[in-house]
Design a protein around this ligand. Structure first.
Ligand code: SAH
Ligand code: SF4
Ligand code: F3S
Length: 470
């Protein structure tokens, strides 16, 4: 059983809510947590919440009413770090009005900056890296005694396998399951190997039991998370049997046919036909693959140390559409990497067309201290040009997304209802297997967390609009 149910005495009855009721506080301290960056960070905050709740804390949504403010941070681009620093200014206001409130920086910025963070940001009391969350209660105690609490040790083993995450801000329908940590790839632009350490895979049995208990608690979708899920590899210490990502995917799919399985992120160098065939074999494994290309040009890919080239990537795209004709593929792209020419930029644009991405996350290159690119190459593309290339990428992707969605008009899809649409509680929102958001008028005989057949009548470049047909 998940922690959120075990803790029922101190939580609201509302599904998925783990925030305390004033009457049940019983002298417990309150923590408030904000998360930035990738899904891994959001997933880690659920582990942090679990550790804190075992140690006498309850979660609050009121920053101004908390004894401990935590911010789980991202270092991927300069702007991500700027946002965090801005939030720290806001937390300072809380410290001024509520004496004794502690502020802790968790995650990638904590790991990247270490003690520098304590020097630069005087209000910070705790600095805790991604592999040191078990140490939080001890560090908090030290901070309460007026010392600065810091632990940024990276680990080769830590996967938090035994910790049942507390599902913060959950819709009670979809949840993340972290299957591995760290990254061994060393893409030259990327800070993650430095902030998250070496790659390690989590015990497969603990993943399956987490999926099972989520299903038992009413969840209907899990997303398996890792920086490079295709290199998941776990050896059963008792039998010596090796579980690869395709094996794991299959086992999670077998937990229950009504449990949808998603995963992120796939690396083009590692995604195998076996993985794609496994997706094809199980109806509940979603037909959606996030396969970041970063650049469509082979020379730039080499500089990026992505270890595949344009032809290799096209071959993977071809294999996916051959085995899974209905699969939607999405991507990440970086505009204006070191020394990228206009022709090389054109190769990224043509790849968007070739791969026919349903959507993409698009960025301009932001040099990160300590990365291979920062050490070896000059960040020589002027900001103005980076931004212009990025806007060309965004414009083309939004046309391709629009056309991709238009092809769905008239089709009907099995949709998992995730909640009400942002705009109105007369509309439900959910996603189809291809990970497209569908909004449709609420029907009386279907509830959140159920599957429903929805026919698409209209689209925007980001959303499908439809009506229930069951
Ligand atoms: N593990 C994933 C990516 C994680 S980071 C993968 O390998 O695909 C998410 C995305 O941020 C990356 O895919 C990349 O597009 C972008 N990114 C990473 N470092 C960046 C940098 N220095 N500047 C701009 N974008 C960056
Ligand atoms: Fe970064 Fe590359 Fe690892 Fe992704 S695969 S996290 S881009 S180093
Ligand atoms: Fe950011 Fe760290 Fe994720 S740098 S993208 S939060 S792994």
């Amino acid at each position: 059983m998940s922690k959120s149910l075990l803790e029922k005495t101190i939580v609201e009855e509302k599904q998925g809510e783990v925030f305390f009721k004033e009457s049940n506080l019983q002298g417990k301290k309150k923590f408030y947590v904000e998360s930035y960056g990738c899904q891994m960070n959001f997933s880690d905050s659920e582990i942090i919440a679990s550790i804190l709740m075992k140690n006498g804390f309850v979660a609050t949504k009121e920053m101004y009413d908390s004894d401990l403010i935590l911010i789980n941070t991202c270092s991927i681009r300069e702007k991500a770090e700027d946002n965090v620093r801005q939030r720290l200014r806001e937390f300072d206001k809380v410290k001024k009005t509520r004496k004794g409130t502690l502020v802790g920086v968790m995650g990638c910025m904590a790991e990247r900056l270490k003690t520098k963070l304590l020097e630069q940001e005087k209000l910070v009391d705790l600095v805790v890296g991604p592999d040191a969350y078990r140490d939080l209660p001890k560090l908090i105690e030290a901070a309460e005694d007026g010392q600065k609490g810091i632990n940024v040790l990276l680990s080769r083993e830590e996967t938090y396998a035994d910790i049942s995450p507390i599902r913060l801000d959950s819709n009670g329908v979809s949840a993340f399951i972290s299957i591995m940590r760290g990254c061994d790839n060393m893409c030259s632009f990327c800070v993650v190997p430095f902030t998250r350490g070496r790659e390690r895979s989590r015990n497969a049995f603990s993943i399956l039991s987490e999926a099972q208990s989520l299903f038992d608690d009413g969840f209907r979708e899990v997303t398996l998370l890792g920086q490079n899920v295709d290199s998941y590899k776990w050896t059963n210490p008792e039998t010596g049997a090796i579980v690869n990502f395709a094996d794991l995917l299959k086992q999670v799919a077998l937990v229950h046919p009504e449990l949808r399985v998603r995963f992120s992120t796939s690396h083009p160098k590692d995604i195998t036909d076996q993985v794609v065939e496994t997706i094809a074999s199980y109806e509940n494994i979603c037909n959606y693959i996030h396969l970041p290309v970063q650049s469509g040009n082979s020379r730039v890919l080499k500089l990026m140390n992505r270890t595949y080239d344009r032809d290799w990537y096209k071959d993977r795209i071809d294999a996916i559409y051959r085995i899974l004709p209905d699969c939607a593929i999405s991507s990440d792209m970086i505009a204006g990497f070191c020394s990228e020419t206009e022709e090389e930029h054109q190769d990224t644009l043509s790849m968007i067309k070739y791969a026919n991405y349903s959507m993409s996350y698009m960025f301009y290159y932001s040099e990160r201290p300590g990365t291979l690119a920062q050490k070896k190459y000059e960040d020589d593309i002027p900001l103005k040009i980076k931004k212009r290339r990025l806007s060309e990428i965004i414009k083309l992707q939004s046309e391709i997304s629009m056309a991709h969605n238009q092809r769905d008009i008239g089709k009907s899809f099995k949709v998992l209802i995730e909640g009400y649409s942002k705009k109105s509680d007369k509309h439900y929102k959910g996603r189809n297997s291809q990970n497209k958001v569908i909004v449709f008028p609420k029907t009386e005989n279907h509830n959140i967390g159920e599957y429903i057949q929805v026919k698409v009548n209209d689209v925007t470049s980001a959303t499908l609009l439809g009506e229930a047909v069951t």
